[in-house]
Design a protein around this ligand. Structure first.
Ligand code: AHM
Ligand code: MG
Length: 340
């Protein structure tokens, strides 16, 4: 079988579209290299802990950094030099990141979560990097402004994630279906392994942190009860699977079918709109799931239609198989509540 890399696939599948310009390819190539570097460190995480246990310096004489800081720095340092971006937004940085003046700029905007689910690292649980790519709406040499960055998810030109799991995979969409590539460590390349991923229309898994039950609103409780009861489309309870790593929970449901939920916690002042961030987490997953035939909503609204007001805005997220997410919309509609 011919082995197809991400860039080859992009060029083959988008022959007639300007996305296949050298600039987008370069963006993707740099991102892939960043992911390989992060993946290499993630796979040594247990070892690093041992090597770095005595202090802050590892065997190479480098300061041992927390892996999420390390991943953030890898992406920022590589991508700022790529010459294709005008700004970046990282889940780890309060403000958007401008491209230093010594580097050339382009018109893409990269929004990312460098290492999502990093609380799971010490237990050797799969974690991931999430990315979302936009284009600047105006062609100008002026410095980019916050308003230009706050675009709704429907404006994304591409989105994806890298999952550092039992194998390392990259899943992405550039608006032309969802494609998965598995890292072959022997050649050091991500090779096409899952072309045209489609999420099953009807799932059999629900994923939610049910420990927060007492914090949820009534429609959310009814929704979760629906999936647990035998009065649903399956006629039997769905299986509960919750890793606590969005990339892993999302990826499993994408392949097997199901729904992931991170609802609002009405009684937790830290999470009145849930925990997940609209721009770094919800929007890229929403673009991927829609391209795979699924849906993503906040209870009443399509995630991709939400106009962001701030960079780190949080949003309740219900994402997955079309029929399962329609159940969520129906319960919120019946509750007559237009805001979850
Ligand atoms: P992080 O970006 O700080 O890693 O937090 C996001 C993670 C997601 O991967 C996961 O879905 C969620 O937090 C789990 O949260 P909880 O432990 O509240 O269930
Ligand atoms: Mg995160």
């Amino acid at each position: 079988m011919r082995q197809v890399t991400v860039v080859e696939h992009l060029l083959l599948s988008q022959k007639e579209r300007p996305m296949a310009s050298g600039r987008f390819t370069r963006l993707l190539t740099e991102l892939i290299l960043s992911a390989k570097i992060i993946g290499r460190e993630v796979s040594k995480a247990g070892l690093l802990d041992v090597l770095g246990a005595t202090g802050e310096v590892n065997v190479q004489g480098e300061i041992v950094q927390k892996l999420d800081d390390f991943s953030n720095q890898v992406i920022i340092r590589r991508m700022e030099r790529a010459g294709v971006l005008c700004a970046m937004v990282s889940e780890e940085n309060a403000d958007f990141i401008e491209i230093p003046r010594q580097f050339p700029v382009g018109d893409y905007i990269l929004i990312f979560d460098p290492l999502d689910g990093s609380a799971n690292i010490d237990a050797n649980v799969s974690i991931g990097t999430i990315f979302s790519i936009y284009r600047r709406t105006s062609y100008t040499q002026q410095a980019v402004t916050l308003d230009e960055i706050l675009q709704k998810g429907a404006m994304q030109v591409a989105a994806g994630y890298i999952i550092y799991g039992s194998s390392t995979m990259m899943v992405y969409t550039a608006g032309n279906g969802v494609h998965g590539f598995t890292l072959d460590p022997s050649v050091g390349e991500f090779l096409l392994s899952h072309p045209n991923i489609q999420i099953p229309e009807q799932g059999r898994i629900y994923s939610v942190n049910e420990g927060y039950w007492s914090y949820w609103d009534e429609p959310t409780r009814r929704i979760v009860n629906h999936f647990k009861s035998d009065e649903n489309a399956l006629g039997r309870p769905y299986s509960l699977r919750y890793i606590g790593s969005l990339v892993s929970d999302f990826h499993r449901n994408l392949i097997y079918g199901g729904i992931f939920m991170y609802p609002a916690d009405h009684r937790d002042p830290r999470k009145p709109k849930g925990k997940l961030r609209l721009m770094c987490e919800a929007n890229p997953m929403a673009m991927i799931v829609e391209q795979a035939g699924g849906l993503a909503v906040d209870g009443t609204r399509r995630i991709l239609d939400i106009e962001p007001e701030e960079l780190h805005q949080r949003v309740p997220l219900f994402v997955g198989s079309k029929k399962d997410v329609e159940v969520v919309l129906q319960y919120y509609r019946e509750a007559g509540d237009d805001r979850p």
